[in-house]
Design a protein around this ligand. Structure first.
Ligand code: PMP
Length: 401
């Protein structure tokens, strides 16, 4: 049977992510992958998780293996509220919903907020998974190009004004202000104030995606305080995840936002997966309660900071003239710009021949640009892999120059 005639509009719109495709390659022997944004598998909190599950009594074991409420496991909700409040977030009128990874938060919010043709404001570049969620519901991602300090508030305001003038309906701004995926850039605190102000002035909802804020290499938490902590009029939905502070395999994230919006997302979630994984929720609740997050993130700041510095040194040493890159103060990624006339897909092909993978820039760019860009993840490669990998990418680059 030819099933392709049966696809719905939404089904036809679906495009496979280049990163997900590359994930298949990464499993091949001998490939050095700087493609996916995977955390460092060597340092997952294996022992802490074992100790947590070993200590469960019969009641907890049953809870962990049973269906749960769509709204989440009570003790986890309490722990999350306390954790989010540490960042200065006030809970008046706010609710929390655990989700199957931050990806599901993006998906649910897009589903309940956008109709086909609605505009979602995004950064250029922006996280592929978010762009895929927006495209999947037929929303149009309109980009605001980042400069070296992240999202420029003036450019954001000019885009809002122009879109409104053209009669377009803007549903929200999607921003990843801290150690952005893919650029590694962070919005300064002064700019965060301004971005909030612009959105307030033009009555724009903000979807703040903040998976990396604990993973800083320089500065401290006050330098990366989120937009949600500035939220005086219920305009920010904060999306967080356990993927970078515990494990992505647990597939557990959450969102914090206006009660009415979270309630709608909870209803949408009922028909998607009924509830987030109970086992993961009980593990995560105990992990937070035991105080593991600050210990783990302190260690991982060192680990990722060291890998990032090494990658920057290797780029400095190996890359030919005309290539530039971001200098992230945290997170997982370095964003590389090749000379304008080069296409990073050609470089990827040449790199794969040398058994190194990364992600090309174009899929991160809502405006179809970014052909000369690429994203390198340093998070899950060993020091040897980073050194060899960058040398091979540089050799591949020389081969196509
Ligand atoms: N948002 C951003 C900015 C990310 O980098 C990622 C993970 N790569 C996600 C969301 C999705 O996270 P999760 O694993 O929790 O679905």
């Amino acid at each position: 049977m030819d099933v392709s005639n049966l696809f719905s509009l939404a089904g036809s719109r679906l495009k496979s992510s280049k990163i997900r495709e590359l994930m298949k390659l990464m499993g091949q022997p001998g490939i050095i992958s700087m493609a996916g944004g995977s955390p460092d598998a060597e340092h997952f909190p294996y022992e802490e998780i074992n100790a947590i599950t070993a200590a469960w009594d019969e009641r907890k074991r049953a809870l962990a293996l049973q269906y749960g409420a769509t709204g989440g496991y009570g003790p986890l909700l309490e722990q999350i509220r306390a954790y989010v409040a540490l960042g200065g977030v006030s809970f008046a009128g706010q609710a929390v919903l655990p989700t199957t990874g931050a990806q599901q938060s993006l998906q649910l919010l897009t589903r309940v907020l956008t109709d086909p043709g609605d505009v979602v404001l995004v950064e250029i570049p922006a996280f592929i998974g978010a762009l895929a969620a927006f495209a999947g519901y037929g929303a149009e991602a309109v980009g605001v190009e980042l400069d070296d300090q992240g999202l420029p508030p003036e450019r954001l305001e000019a885009t809002i004004v122009a879109l409104r003038k053209a009669g377009r309906r803007i549903k929200f701004l999607y921003t990843n202000p801290t150690f952005q995926n893919p650029s590694g850039l962070s919005l300064t605190q002064a700019r965060r104030d301004k971005v909030y102000e612009v959105c307030s002035k033009h009555d724009i909802l903000i979807l703040e995606d903040d998976p990396y804020y604990e993973l800083y290499f320089t500065g401290g938490p006050s330098d990366y305080r989120n937009l949600k902590s500035r939220d005086v009029d219920n305009r920010v939905v904060l999306v967080n995840t356990f993927s970078k502070i515990l494990s992505p395999g647990l597939r557990l994230g959450w969102m914090t936002g206006p009660e009415a919006l979270i309630a709608r997302c909870e209803t949408a979630k009922q028909s998607e997966d009924a509830c987030s994984c109970s086992y993961s929720q009980v593990v995560a609740a105990d992990y937070l309660a035991a105080g593991h997050v600050p210990v783990y993130t302190r260690k991982m700041r060192q680990v990722y900071g060291g890998k990032c510095r090494l990658m920057l040194e290797c780029l400095e040493r190996e890359m030919p003239k005309g290539v530039s890159w971001s200098h992230p103060a945290g997170g997982f990624f370095v964003w590389v710009s090749l000379p304008e006339h080069l296409d990073s897909e050609d470089l990827l092909r040449a790199s794969l021949e040398r058994k190194v993978a990364f992600v090309t820039g174009e899929p991160f760019n809502a405006d179809g640009g970014g052909k000369n860009k690429l994203r390198l993840a340093f998070s899950n490669s060993s020091r040897e892999e980073i050194t060899t990998g960058i040398a091979r990418v540089a050799e591949a680059l020389r081969s196509i120059l």
